[in-house]
Design a protein around this ligand. Structure first.
Ligand SMILES: *Cc1c(COP(=O)(O)O)cnc(C)c1O
Length: 356
């Protein structure tokens, strides 16, 4: 059990209207902070006013990128209760990332206590409108003031909260995806399975290129053979081929194990669909499209839940999926998972955690 001290903000901000929220633009009045110092472990858990933090310019995070993060949401549900969606999965993944990045782990029960305490303290910030939620961003940075490449001796664990709008104010519009043939996001043995900021820094040039081609996201291929599909931007990816759902397997450690991905697989099986986790090549997708068997494709992630793909662009080649419209399985998954998240339906999987 953490002993969390609370320092209330002297003044509270004016909350934005639900229809102005967007994603990640507004932050609540308070944040959670906890320090780690070698020899002492994690200590001084506190909720303090949201604001800038002072760091030494030599803090190792600035130079060697020892940083990691998580992303999950709290929902204001139909019954008036506030629920988190599978926070245990995020905390488990955060500690897996910690091990990969040589960052000291945080006991799972302490991390959950911190998330719950902050969300509860800031609960007035959870928006009420349909499709809105409170995005939770826990992260850890190396703060040791030292130029030298080694695991740092000092860290900060911080949680910030951002009320977010409905991702699909204009409906679940399918996106256009650019297949990246030059840059790679990661390779086997790298940090693909870790949620660390460095992966995102490395992905920006591909993202910019995709935008220049009029695409919203990049389809990342495996870094070795450059033919198997890894992910779509910062989302996991699914295909429906001949009525069967397929998604890249996680075995090689180059794909981020999404909580939404796992939930989609479980939900699809619960609904009676067959799901395969295996290698999928771009060639297979284009061939399936040619034979008229590529029914649907969609990305999965906490922010959007399901993001239907309407088009893939590979150099001069281009395929349109399901006439650029959302498919039946994509819609069914979206409806089933979001009704559990917003407490509109029973939670047969036991995925949600009530905050009291
Ligand atoms: C966070 C993330 C995802 C999605 O994970 P969720 O837990 O479903 O939000 C997928 N790919 C990458 C690269 C990510 O960083």
């Amino acid at each position: 059990m953490l002993n969390i001290k609370i320092e209330p903000a002297a003044t509270l901000k004016t909350k934005p209207a639900d229809n102005e929220l967007g994603f990640g633009r507004y932050f609540t009045d308070h944040m959670f902070i906890m320090n780690y110092d070698e020899g002492q472990g994690w200590h001084d858990a506190r909720i303090v006013p949201y604001g800038p933090i002072a760091l030494d310019p030599s803090a190792m995070v600035f130079h060697y990128g020892q940083e990691l993060f998580e992303g999950l949401k709290a929902y204001r549900c139909a019954d008036g209760k506030i629920r988190l969606f599978r926070p245990d999965k995020n905390i488990e993944r955060m500690n897996n990332t910690c091990r990969r990045m040589c960052v000291p782990e945080i006991p799972a029960e302490d991390a959950l206590q911190a998330i719950k305490a902050l969300v509860n303290y800031e609960k007035d910030w959870i928006p009420y409108s349909e499709g809105t939620s409170l995005y939770i961003r826990p992260f850890i940075i190396a703060t040791e003031p030292h130029l030298g490449v080694h695991p740092a001796k000092n860290y900060l664990f911080i949680i910030i909260l951002s009320p977010v709008g409905s991702y699909y104010a204009g409906g679940l519009n399918p996106v256009k995806i650019y297949i990246e043939r030059d840059y790679v996001r990661c390779v086997k043995g790298g940090t693909g399975m870790a949620k660390c900021g460095g992966n995102y820094a490395a992905s920006l040039s591909g993202q910019v290129k995709a935008a220049e081609k009029g695409c919203e996201q990049v389809l990342w291929l495996d870094g070795v053979e450059r033919k198997y599909i890894d992910e779509v931007g910062a989302m996991n990816v699914f295909f429906v081929i001949d009525g069967k759902a397929v998604t890249p397997a996680l075995d090689d450690g180059n794909i981020l194990p999404g909580v939404t991905r796992a939930s989609c697989i479980e939900m699809l099986r619960h609904l009676g669909y067959e799901v395969e986790e295996r290698k999928i090549s771009v060639d297979e997708i284009f061939a399936a499209h040619k034979e008229g068997k590529l029914d649907e494709s969609f990305g999965t992630g906490t922010a959007a839940v399901i993001s239907p793909v309407g088009q893939y662009i590979d150099g001069e080649e281009e395929i349109v999926i399901n006439n650029g419209e959302i498919g039946e399985i994509s819609q069914k998954l979206y409806d089933n998972i979001t009704s559990i998240q917003w407490g509109k339906a029973e939670d047969p999987m036991g995925w949600t955690v009530v905050i009291d």
